[in-house]
Design a protein around this ligand. Sequence first.
Ligand SMILES: C[S@@+](CC[C@H](N)C(=O)[O-])C[C@H]1O[C@@H](n2cnc3c(N)ncnc32)[C@H](O)[C@@H]1O
Length: 260
Amino acid sequence: MERRSDWYDHPEYYEAIFGTDTERELDFLLEVSRRYGTGGKRLLEPACGAGRLVAEAARRGLQVVGYDISEKMLAHARQRLTPAERRRVRLYPSRMEDFFRPELEGRVDLAFNLVSTFRYLDSEKAALEHLEGTRRLLHPEGLYVLGFHLTDYERRKAEHERWVEKLGKDTVVCNTHEGLPDRRLRRSAMRNRLRITGPGKNLLIETHWYFRTYDLTQARRLFRRAGLQVLEVFDFDYQVEAPRKRGEIRLDSIFVLRPV
Ligand SMILES: C[S@@+](CC[C@H](N)C(=O)[O-])C[C@H]1O[C@@H](n2cnc3c(N)ncnc32)[C@H](O)[C@@H]1O
């Protein structure tokens, strides 16, 4: 068996697992933008990865800026676009902590960052810099839709998720493991295993990293400090008709944020 150690060096397998809900996610984002924001056409995806949402938005005629720290993910994002889509898309290598483009200042209608990517920002300072930087790019009525799992610090068991998808003749099995949260260090140890098997192929890609942890109070305090107000919270089932009720506790959270 061949072994590798960074799933973002293998965008095709990452997308085989996480690319299955893309149309539904974009439907949700655009409906949220119509109901709570400007509904305008200028989109921004921080940490856009291999560009599944960027490509889908460009296919629908929207103008999209995306950026990511991984050159391999960006290369995949570039090559998947048709010439017509490419004219509507700008992709940059950049970190969430310091992305800035003067031509975007105050002009972005909808920024979005789903699937817990925000938790890669490993300190309060880094998270604040990212939120303030993104707020600066937003139109005054624009939105930042931020989806990530909140942490239950009382949890006593590790968490585990498993998905299986086909990619051509290959089978991709994805196992994600989140260890117990460390309340003091504000992080939990993450492990992802992608096992790819097929004709002449037997590959294991095992990735380790830390995710920063937030409970609801910590998240709300950070948004306030960054000058962003929470307009609504949704669950990861992308039901725009069913925002979370006041007092209802769920960990999978999509925050709809707007500059104060
Ligand atoms: C889970 S993927 C999400 C990709 C894309 N947003 C999606 O929904 O498919 C996380 C992405 O975050 C990128 N990333 C991690 N830390 C980053 C940082 N500090 N700045 C920019 N990108 C980062 C990784 O390279 C990877 O492409």
